[in-house]
Design a protein around this ligand. Structure first.
Ligand code: ADP
Ligand code: ADP
Length: 228
């Protein structure tokens, strides 16, 4: 699903954000990407979304080489991934329903399909009752679930959650993780990017740890999960 083959990223100005990173994330996995601020997590995400290009090495998503992808193919790449941003990025002047419907409208999906799909994704995130609320009428956890509903709208094969605990209460972050687990259980690959060790440790999932642009740990490579 995601392959990094000796990927380095050096920003103009000389900051090296990733150094010779190689990793594989298989279809259907649930993976935490863990690292302190400045470790290179955002850069990792930007490379997957093709918001940035690798300085050297190759990045593959779903078999496609992003380092060679044409600009015009980038929107299709992104449609295959649902991203839940840390700040949710909901449009305040639109209801929850409209926020999700809008993500479908911009890709010219017929209204009839939108009208059946949107309530369905709200039911998946357990927010059917609040579709007609505006973002400022919803709690942080609820806004996050709207963002997740929107991320699911194009039936992506990959869901990425960027710092999902950043803007919500601790109890709600467990709830969010359970939702992501449920989504993962139907075969969707889930990548959770976080700086919170506790979150990553709380679940028995694969944890890839990055530090100063290097992959310094990958729980999958340990003979004995459960140590530490
Ligand atoms: P994280 O998301 O883990 O905090 P980042 O990927 O944002 O890490 O940053 C990794 C390193 O790259 C840091 O040293 C950061 O200052 C640097 N960096 C990130 N984005 C840029 C940029 N656009 N220009 C220059 N340096 C950057
Ligand atoms: P976070 O770690 O919460 O994702 P950061 O504070 O690391 O956010 O970065 C916020 C934004 O600023 C990101 O888009 C990142 O690429 C960019 N950025 C980080 N460090 C630098 C830098 N040294 N120069 C320019 N842009 C940077």
């Amino acid at each position: 699903m995601i392959v990094f083959d000796r990927v380095s990223k050096v920003y103009p100005g000389g900051n090296t954000a990733l150094k010779n990173v190689s990793l594989h994330i298989q279809k259907g996995e649930f993976v935490f990407v863990l690292g302190h601020s400045g470790a290179g997590k955002s850069t990792f995400l930007k490379l997957i979304l093709r918001e940035e290009k690798a300085t050297s090495g190759r990045v593959f998503v779903n078999g496609k080489d992003l380092t060679r992808m044409k600009e015009r193919d980038v929107p299709y790449l992104r449609r295959n991934m649902g991203v839940v941003f840390q700040d949710f990025r909901l449009i305040p002047s639109m209801t929850a329903y409209e926020n999700v419907a809008f993500a479908m409208r911009v890709t010219n999906i017929p209204e009839k399909k939108i009208a059946s799909r949107v309530p369905y994704v709200f039911s998946l995130v357990g927010l059917s009752e609040k579709m007609d609320k505006y973002p400022d009428e919803l709690s942080g956890g609820e806004q996050q679930r709207v963002a997740l509903a929107r991320a699911l709208v194009h039936s992506p094969q990959l869901i990425i959650a960027d710092e999902p605990t950043g803007n919500i209460d601790p109890e709600l972050s467990i709830e969010m993780m359970e939702l992501l687990s449920a989504i993962n259980s139907v075969g969707i690959t889930v990548v959770v990017v976080t700086h919170e060790h506790e979150l990553a440790r709380h679940f028995s999932k694969r944890v890839i740890t990055i530090d100063h642009g290097n992959v310094i740990g990958d729980s999958q490579n340990r003979q004995n999960a459960g140590e530490d």
